[in-house]
Each structure stands twice: as C-alpha cells, then as structure tokens.
Design a protein around this ligand. Sequence first.
Ligand SMILES: Cc1cc2nc3c(=O)[nH]c(=O)nc-3n(C[C@H](O)[C@H](O)[C@H](O)COP(=O)(O)OP(=O)(O)OC[C@H]3O[C@@H](n4cnc5c(N)ncnc54)[C@H](O)[C@@H]3O)c2cc1C
Length: 809
Amino acid sequence: MNKPLPKHARAVIIGGGVAGASVAYHLAKLGWKDVVLLERKQLTSGTTWHAAGLIGQLRASANMTRLAKYSADLYADLEAETGVATGLRQTGSITVALTEARREELYRQASMARAFGVPVEEISAAEVKARYEHLNIEDVLGAVYLPTDGQGDPANIALAMAKGARQMGAQIFENVKVMDIKTDAGRVASVSTDQGEISCDHVVNCAGMWGREVGALAGVTVPLHACEHFYIVTEGIDNLGKLPVLRVPDECAYYKEDAGKILLGAFEPVAKPWGMNGIPEGFEFDQLPEDFDHFEPILEKAINRMPLLAEAGIHTFFNGPESFTPDDRYYLGEAPEVGNFWVCAGFNSVGIQSAGGAGMALAQWMEDGQPPFDLWDVDIRRAQPFQRNRRYLRERVTETLGLLYADHYPYRQMETARGVRRSPVHEILKERGAVFGEMAGWERANWFANEGQARAYRYSWGRQNWFENQRAEHMAVREGVGVFDMSSFGKIRVEGRDALTFMQRVCAGQMDVAAGRIVYTQMLNPRGGIECDLTVTRLSETAFLLVVPGATLQRDMAWLQRHLSDEFVVITDITAGEAVFAVMGPESRALLQKISPADFSNAAHPFGTMREIEIGLGIARAHRVTYVGELGWEIYASADQAAHIFEEILGAGATPCGLHALDSCRLEKGYRHFGHDITDEDHVLEAGLGFAVKPDKGEFIGREAVLEKRKTGLFRRLMQFKLNAPEPMLYHNEPILRDGKIVGHLTSGGYGHALGASMGLGYVPCKGESATDVLASDYEIEIAGRRFAATASLKPLYDPASARVKEDG
Ligand SMILES: Cc1cc2nc3c(=O)[nH]c(=O)nc-3n(C[C@H](O)[C@H](O)[C@H](O)COP(=O)(O)OP(=O)(O)OC[C@H]3O[C@@H](n4cnc5c(N)ncnc54)[C@H](O)[C@@H]3O)c2cc1C
C-alpha cells in the first residue's frame, strides 16, 4: 500500500527509469525540496532494467562529450554515497575499422577526442589482437582505443541515483500512473494520477518510450517512437578474462564481456518499430518475442569475427524496446508550448551513459532558468510540431537505430520519411536537377546535378561527387548571379502598439529605425550569450518581420513569447505564407532590372533596406541583405506568387544554387552559423559580433553582460581559418593547434572554392591578449591525426572590407 501522495510538489518527475532517477537526484542535490517522482509500475521496469550497460564517453560534440564524461564519473562515485554498487568498471573500449572510410572516421574521431579532452589512442590490428585475443583481425584496418570507457549495471545505476535522491529528501512513488497534466495561463499547474492530484510548479517528462504520450497530455510535442533492440548473451566461456568493450560498427555489432560471458548487441540497418498501437498497459520488466531471422545476419558475421561464439552456446536471446527520435538525439529542456514543462527522454539506446549528465544539466537549467551551457544538440525546442505524426515517426525510426553504427559521413542525409515540408517551388527545383537534403522536415535543394549526372549523394570523407557542382554554383555567385530558394527561413511577424518597445528589449541592435530598414541583430540572454541570430525588417511603425534560421523557429517563437510582459504585441509565425529567393552575385542588380521596373541602385535601394517591388506579373518585397558576401537581394514573395516569380528569376538567367554553395560562400566570408559558431553560451563580443550590439540605445536583455565584457576584455575569440594546402577537407570539430598545442576545435568547416582551400571557424582562448598577440601565433588544424598549417584571421579572408556587398551600379 502506497503512502498518500502529497497535495503539492515543486517538481513532479514522471518516470522511474535512469532518466527520472537522475533528474530527481540532481534536483535534490541542488537543494530542491518537495521533489516527487512518480512511476507507473516499479523503478527501472521500462527500458532501463535490460540495457547492455556500455558507458562510452566520446559523443559527437564537445558538450555532449562533457555530459557523458560526467555520467561516468558520477557512476563511479555513487556507491560510496549511496551504498548501491553501480558495477562501473573502466574496461576501456576498442572500435575497429574494416574499411578505409571507417578508419578515416575513427581517426577523425580520435582527433576530436583529443580536442574534447578524452584520452584516446589509434592502434593497429596487431595491438587490437594484443588487447582482445579472441578477435579475428584478418580484415581489421585500424582501431581506436579509449582507455577511460567502461561498462556498468544499468538497473543499479538508476537505483543508486534513486536512493541518493531519497536520502536528500525526494519522494518516490511506485505504482502511480500519471493520467493527465493541467496547465494554467501557459504553464503547468498540476498532474492527475490514478491516486489523486498533485499541484506543482514543474513537471519533468522522463517517461522514455511513453514520452510522446506523456507530452501529449499537456499539448507538448515529443517526437519519439519505440524500436526493438536485440542482444544475445552466451553461456559461460572458460578463461575469457576481463575484456574491453568492443565495437565493430561495420558489422553493426558491439560486444561486452560480463561475468565470463559475452553479450553481443546489434544496431542493424533497418530496425523494427514497436508499439504502433500504444504500449500495452501491463508492460513491466517485459521483453519482446525473439526474432532470430532478424538477428541472424549479425550473428553470422559475429561468429566469423569472434570464432569462440560458434561453440559458446546462447544463454539468452534478448529483445527489448527503446525510444528513438527522428535525428538520433535525445530531448532535454523546457517545452516551447508550455512553461515549466521539462523533457528528459528519447535516449536512442545511449540513455545509461547519457542520463547522469542529462539529469545534471536539466536540473541546473530548471534551477537557473537557462541551460548551464549550449545544449542545442538535444534541445526539445528543435522538435517540429508535424513530428508528432505517428506514421512519420514509425518510418523514420527504422533508420535512426541503424545510424548509430552506420558510417557517419559528412553531409549524410536521412532516407526515410522525407518530403513532408516543401517550398512552393519544389517542383521547379526538381526539374532543374536539385538534389534535396532535409532540415526540420523541409526539403531543400543542397546542390544541382548536371544533365545526365546521378541525382544522389556518393558519400566519402574526401571530395564527394557534388564537389564540382558546388564549385560551379559557388563561382556563379562570386562571378555572375545565383539564386537560392531560402523559403525554409523562419518568418515571424511581431506587431502591435508596443512592438517597438518589445523589440528594443529582446534585441541587442537598434530597432528604432525608419520603416523599410533592415537590422542584423542578435537576441541575447542575460549572460550575453546568443539566443538567436536574425535580421529584423521594420515593415511599418507598428510591425516588424523577423527572419530566423528554419531550424530555430520553435525556439525563437518560444523565446519571444516568454519575454512578452504586458505589452500589446501579437507574435505570428508566417513561415509558410512567404517564399524567399536570394538573388546573389555581382550580376544580381542587372538581372533584377530585367524583370522589375524598380530602381536597384545604391541611391534608391541601399544595403540594409527593404522596398516593395513589381516583379514579373506580381508584387514582392526586395530585402537588400546577404549571407554569401556579394551584392544581392532576398525576394520575399507570397506563397501564391512564388512559383511565378521564381520562374522569372530563373528565366532571366540566374544559376540555381543549393545550400552547400551557400555554406561554402558564407564560410569564406566568415559569416557565423547559429548552433555551430554562435550559441547561447557564446558571448556576442567574443563571437566578433560587437558591431551589431548597441548598448547606448538603452536597456535590453544582455546589456549588462555586454558592458561587463567590455570591461574585462575577451577571454576567447572566434577566428577564421584557411588551410594552406588545397586538398584536405574540413567538416567541423577538428582540433585547432596554436603554436603546437591544442587550444580548441572548429565550430564549422567546409570548402572555400573562391579561395581554393578548406575553411573553418573556431574559438581561440585569448585572455589578456590583444588581437595582434593572437594573430602572431602559428596555427594548425588536425585532421585524422595529421596536422595542417593554416592561415588565421580575425577579418573575413574573402573581401575583408565588404566592398562587393555595397557595390554601386
Ligand atoms: C537492449 C537494449 C540495450 C541497451 N544498451 C544500452 C547501453 O549499453 N548503454 C546505454 O547507455 N544505453 C543502453 N540502452 C538504452 C537505455 O536502456 C535507455 O536509453 C534508458 O534506459 C532509457 O531510460 P529512461 O529513463 O528514459 O526510460 P525508461 O527506463 O523506460 O523509464 C521510463 C519510465 O516511465 C514510466 N512511465 C511511463 N509513463 C508513465 C506515466 N504516465 N506515469 C508514471 N510513469 C510512467 C515507465 O513505466 C518507465 O519506467 C539499451 C536499451 C536496450 C533496449
């Protein structure tokens, strides 16, 4: 019999798996009283109890690695704190490559590990054999060894955190199911359970594969879907000895030695979604029926790889469900739809290694009202409303499970569940040879194939099959005129009597400009970090148009809504209503003059202004801005006129260009990309965007932090790099070496076709140093263990004075 539920809690955590236990532990550790965790059955009875227990540390970005490292350290200490053994053993891990491409990937990851402070060694096949004698190394081309990786006991890790949480005052209730969540004035108010109601200030959704349903109780989108995940455990094997964790991604397999047995798990390329009609009510410590046919191809290869498996005998065939998300990254943070509704779910088979860090970061976020550092990779605000469609999720997760061990080629595109969001000119782009990529569900032309060329990516770590297409598009923009379909831009209208007051408060730039002016600005947080990088066009006395990256629209809408006080302002997402065509290049003026009677001269239409124009048979707005560093205009056309206007632009001779060319152009020009080069932890002055900040205009969010940084000076600077050699390829995350020592990593990377080499951006620490000091050093970039000399610059290496952008005519 349960003790009665409290009437009120500061935070109600839904779900008693490893995620919920971690959030409870970390909130309690921060001194939160009245923390209540509700679990519909028993602790760990969802997915946590049957995890394999691999605890890796190297993730795809610096902050994700930081969180995984935190988990491992925490689990090592929990036994002393709680008396519950987590079984954490630092066995080390080996990942082997069977192909040249995989070896390149592993070596690039090793370089990245060095930049992120994770111990790593590149080892030969013979060295693999020395550490893992049972392995057939015939076709092993190379490997990496991470000595601080390990393994643990998942259920006990969760139970240790739950006990630690209880010790610090949190209350945990098993066999209590949350049935409903009530909101009031856009914030959570209470949860209703099968045993009564609890009013609360915060709700945390830690419901794992039930996370989508629990989100829906409050009208929150949590796009995830369960998939079946398989492993086998052998009978005991004599003299097996202690072994590191082993990954053979080219054979979709991982191996773990435990108590003299081998556990072999699979990340097969086409996974089996599960729970399409809902998860059975009674699901508790359950497993799914075995499917030997599905597992057999993995097992066959595994027996070749580790011949002792042929004789070992299978003790357990395990199949358990786990939640997967459309982009293989979990969800953390406050939901954009409902205040104080937090999410920590969707762990894509790495929940044990992630939960410690995720719980810590979320608790800190809840305490401070802002994330402790950039967590955009996993931020719930990246979820798109359409992604709660169950068919979409079902189709997509068949792919995302296998991607864990697929080759992680740069520019790799998703193949399933495509085509949901299309620009009004999608069919025209297709006719012109577009090869599409996906972003937030939008189909975007990434590059244009030539007549007769296959319209498909051929991935590699070197120059991919579209390299020459990108070069041609890039040079068309640099020397002639190109057009980019940028309809996926997020477009937000802010209007009303108090629109100016509101915009002045949320933006760091001067918004009190004449109607028709465009301001490049940032929305800052109180730390001076960048929440949003945008252009704002003043449409009239009382109306502004905010143009934000397509990927951040939900986040930006939420930021704006949350910062509205009692101002009379209406905020509307008008993204789908307008298409955007960026007509860019030295010939853009001449081209537009062919199809529009408007005057595009500097005098009539200077940089940073917007004019309504007649174009073809229609009416549009021309915004004179650029993200490629050339003369150009963005043409905003209402969705109904978009196809006509786009045809006019193409008909006048613009070269259709894709997003890859946009990226290579902006890298040459050193333009920042939100999420990579600039994030909420990057101070606007250190990002080199001080020119856009206007502290003299009066109060705005982040102003104090800007003034403070002006006093203290910069601790780091965003610099632009160009490799001296033309061949090597940069993709981002490569270590930056200053006078021979790693000091940071690239936040973006790509090829600069006009400058003829790979380019990158990245932060370099510079406390107490002048710009001249920083530039006086020698710089190198490390790629897959090799170092390449680079030219570093604080000014754009392409057209440093921006003469081309302002060119008259
Ligand atoms: C076969 C397999 C092997 C794995 N191996 C590894 C590994 O080696 N390393 C690794 O890091 N990860 C691994 N994972 C992944 C890991 O197990 C999961 O990511 C992790 O356990 C997810 O934890 P969670 O707390 O999010 O979900 P869960 O453990 O499922 O917890 C969610 C809880 O919410 C409860 N709940 C749901 N709805 C309600 C409600 N309305 N009211 C109250 N309670 C509710 C559920 O009962 C459940 O207990 C593996 C997964 C599988 C399937």
